[in-house]
Design a protein around this ligand. Structure first.
Ligand SMILES: C[S@@+](CC[C@H](N)C(=O)[O-])C[C@H]1O[C@@H](n2cnc3c(N)ncnc32)[C@H](O)[C@@H]1O
Length: 385
């Protein structure tokens, strides 16, 4: 049986991870970390490029084992601007499991804390955008599980630096397609730096045609050359955000204020009565996803939102009164929608499941005469503690 998203991981006799799908290694077991530092970190002019920046965004094509990002986090910890925030965006169509990544990253004790930080938040291999918080590094990682061209079109950020680390264009042209190149052009900040190990003519031409100034540089180790490129314009820090006023301290307002505060943005909350005074202060609330059968991107967003909400409520366990929610059909079309929702690949295995009427009755401990949708990661919570 084939799996659309499996990298078909193999290990070389030296212990380096190898993609069976692309028949290429993720990194060299001898000097993979040194190569990452030379090709991507130095290639993007780091740490100098982020000097004096309050926010800095790095994009990557090909998350793989997370080695590049772990090495970047280690440099950021040592040489990042004080109080600066690092935004990471990486794309991976064929994710490694956490265990596979742990085995791969164990090769680099020099970056063990950063590898562990990534492993601690390693996401499920479900398609869509996974936001992973790395507060100890003042960093967030948006990991898009999906094809590079699709993910670049979905992303609305702008990178100050790009690590182009797909497998070689000869074996993996999809990672270097016109659509990907267009995405790099659109989603680069002025003066953005790009770095890659390949000097393939098609890559150089593709970047140059889109306005990047492209330079061959001496390669790392036995590789003769590597590439650096720069987007037109001068790198400029984004304007300092002003104060945001959030009106209303219900669940939506409070969540927004919390998210902005975590990004280091100044916030004032204006509330006429008290936090949770309105509907958000009811005795019980359900944390359930909005089901969307038609639009995969929206459905994936709500699946991710449910996962993040679960992480948040795990920090206040006394607010959680029950785990798992059974949704019964509210209207006639629900009976057909439930199996379609449960079959969406955005959910972890067994997260959503249709229960027939007898199973639903047992679950509720009361008679039910219709099938229901069991949502295992959904919660019942007590808003007022
Ligand atoms: C050389 S490896 C990346 C190594 C990685 N940067 C690291 O630090 O371990 C290339 C990665 O690109 C991924 N990839 C290949 N084609 C892709 C595509 N079209 N869209 C997204 N990811 C792709 C592969 O699955 C692989 O993980």
């Amino acid at each position: 049986m084939t799996d659309d998203r499996s990298p078909y991981l193999l290990w070389t006799p030296e212990g380096a991870p190898r993609s069976g799908r692309f028949d290429d290694v993720y990194f060299s077991r001898q000097d993979g970390l040194a190569e990452t530092r030379a090709v991507f970190l130095d290639g993007c002019g780091l740490p100098d490029a982020w000097a004096g920046r309050g926010d800095f965004t790095v994009g990557e094509l090909g998350f793989g084992t997370g080695l590049n990002i772990a090495a970047l986090l280690e440099l950021w910890r040592r040489e990042g601007p004080a109080d600066g925030r690092l935004h990471l965006f990486s794309i991976e169509a064929f994710p490694l499991s956490r265990d596979e990544a742990a085995r791969a990253l164990a090769a680099w004790p020099q970056i063990a804390p950063e590898a562990q930080a990534l492993l601690d938040v390693w996401p499920q291999a479900t398609p869509g955008f996974h936001r992973l918080d790395l507060p100890a590094y003042r960093a967030t990682l948006d990991l898009a599980v999906g094809d590079a061209a699709w993910a670049l079109a979905q992303w609305d950020g702008r990178a100050d630096a790009w690590f182009l680390d797909g497998f070689a264009p000869s074996t993996n042209p999809g990672m270097w397609s016109d659509a990907v190149m267009d995405g790099l052009q659109t989603r680069s900040a002025p003066g953005a730096r790009l770095a890659t190990f390949t000097v393939a003519g098609a890559v150089r031409r593709g970047l140059a045609q889109r306005g990047f100034a492209v330079d061959k540089r001496p390669g790392h180790g036995r590789k003769r050359e590597r590439l650096e490129a720069r987007a037109p314009g001068a790198a400029a820090p984004p304007p300092t955000p002003g104060l945001t006023a959030v009106i209303g301290a219900g669940i939506a307002g409070a969540s927004l204020a919390r998210a902005l505060t975590r990004l280091g943005r100044p916030v004032v909350v204006i509330e006429a009565e008290a936090p949770g005074a309105g509907g958000s202060g009811f005795a019980a609330g359900l944390v359930t996803p909005r089901l969307d059968i038609g639009d995969g991107a929206i459905a994936a967003l709500y699946a991710q939102a449910l996962r993040r909400a679960g992480d948040l409520y795990a920090t206040v366990p006394e607010a959680v009164t029950a785990r798992g929610v059974l949704q019964l059909p509210g209207m006639a079309r629900d009976a057909a929608r439930f199996p379609k929702a449960a079959a969406q690949d955005i959910w972890a295995t067994e997260a959503l499941k249709v229960l027939d009427a007898p199973a639903a009755s047992r679950r509720l401990d009361e008679p039910v005469d219709e099938d229901g949708l069991w949502m295992a990661p959904a919660l019942a919570v007590r808003p007022r503690l």
